[in-house]
Design a protein. Structure first.
Length: 108
């Protein structure tokens, strides 16, 4: 948490577009991580045969549902992974391509 406070207090050399791209990528990363954490729950949950059972359709729908749940969780703040990833990406961007803080080499 101290890293987040230090980075957000430091002057940023990133423009608004770069910051928004970093936030988006960090949130996408958190959604992927949450989907992986949800996977065991979906694999062990059994659907009653009245609702389609455990056929191929159920496994495809279950994977899509798992992905959407993870995206919704990440969009609403998730578990804090995106904040840490965002802080690390901003720090990396600020260092530039060779570790110097020269403002070059930004990824958008």
């Amino acid at each position: 948490m101290e890293q987040l406070a230090a980075i957000s207090a430091a002057p940023s050399t990133l423009n608004q577009h770069e910051t928004a791209a970093i936030e988006r990528k960090a949130q996408e990363f958190e959604a992927i991580m949450l989907a992986e954490l949800l996977k065991p729950m979906f694999e062990t949950a059994k659907t009653p045969s009245l609702f389609g059972g455990d056929g191929a359709e159920q496994s495809i729908f279950g994977a899509m549902l798992q992905e959407k749940y993870a995206e919704a969780m990440a969009a609403r703040g998730g578990v804090g992974i995106a904040d840490q990833v965002k802080a690390a990406l901003i720090d990396i961007q600020a260092q530039g391509p060779y570790g110097a803080s020269n403002g070059e080499g930004h990824i958008s």
